[in-house]
Ligand binder design. Structure first.
Ligand SMILES: Nc1ncnc2c1ncn2[C@@H]1O[C@H](COP(=O)(O)OP(=O)(O)OP(=O)(O)O)[C@@H](O)[C@H]1O
Length: 271
């Protein structure tokens, strides 16, 4: 059975002046799955995410959303499609509480006043739904939260508003072991709740702990899109560092080639 990816980028190119940073990049993300976007420093992950989030225009390539060709020219247009990006800085306001942060700029009103009880209830329900257990009150200021709790709040905020694709930029980069574990559970729950999650990560343990698929980039190109269960840790490291797999005639393992360089909608979907 072939399932249409929620997000499907094909043949993406992007230059900054004379420097071509992305060439022929492909990225597909499916509902209910975590797709890890991996690549060494400077491979082009952030640039790709800026293109998919409407922050930077793509020079070339196709942007398909739920099978339809779309143009995403601004972050607002990306948000309207249901694409939420959780940047590394999280963009949370320290002095505001969790509810205020989650509804910032999109507050619910009841007549002339804010509908605090309804917002509070949904904020708490969203966090509980993501199995965020360590936060005692949604009225806590963000300044009182740990790094992992902040990350969880930012992810929960991205889950509100009918998001369909949630992109997480290195969500565990600044966290210790226990908090990393908690955030990875939240990431998994996000996908289990039907979102297509794109997880940017340098950490192979994280990638193999939660990812269903892996999209590997090397020097601005996609070198493989594979199921995580089809590759080993070592193969992914090899792809990231040399752009080639550990075996196979072209350097890319046969199974990677089959799924990997496919860009024209001929890839089998999940299931
Ligand atoms: N505005 C820009 N102007 C010129 N070059 C840029 C610009 N932004 C990024 N680049 C270059 O594009 C390449 C890809 O950068 P990018 O930040 O997308 O990589 P990355 O995979 O996200 O790296 P990292 O993991 O270190 O964040 C790098 O060589 C970078 O120097």
């Amino acid at each position: 059975m072939s399932v249409t990816p929620v997000l499907d980028l094909r043949g993406v190119g992007k230059s900054f002046g004379p420097v071509q940073v992305l060439h022929d990049v492909a990225l597909s993300a499916y509902a209910g799955e975590v797709t890890a976007l991996v690549g060494d420093n400077g491979a082009g992950k952030s640039t790709l995410v800026k293109c998919l989030g409407g922050i930077l225009p793509m020079d070339s390539g196709d942007y398909l959303f739920e099978g339809r060709r779309v143009r995403v020219n601004s972050p607002r247009e990306a948000a309207e499609l249901g694409i939420e990006i959780v940047h590394q800085d999280l963009a949370l306001c320290e002095n505001l509480d969790i509810v205020q942060n989650m509804f910032l700029g999109r507050e619910w009103r009841s007549g002339l006043v804010l509908d605090e009880p309804a917002m509070e209830e949904l904020a708490a329900r969203t966090l509980t739904g993501l199995s965020v257990r360590t936060i005692k009150s949604v009225r806590q200021p963000v300044s009182s939260l740990s790094g992992g709790q902040r990350q969880s709040v930012a992810i929960a905020r991205a889950m509100l508003w009918d998001s369909k694709v949630v992109v997480l930029d290195e969500p565990t980069a600044a966290l210790g072991l226990a908090q990393t574990q908690q955030v990875l559970e939240v990431v998994r729950r996000l996908a289990d709740k039907g979102r297509a999650v794109v997880l940017i990560s340098h950490n192979m343990n994280d990638v193999f702990a939660v990812a269903d698929r892996i999209c590997a980039m090397f020097l601005g190109s996609t070198v493989a899109q594979v199921r995580a269960s089809d590759v080993t840790h070592a193969q992914v490291v090899e792809l990231i560092t040399s752009g080639r797999g550990a075996d196979g005639p072209s350097g890319v393992p046969a199974r990677m080639n089959g799924v990997g360089r496919a860009r024209r909608g001929d890839e089998a979907g999940p299931g």
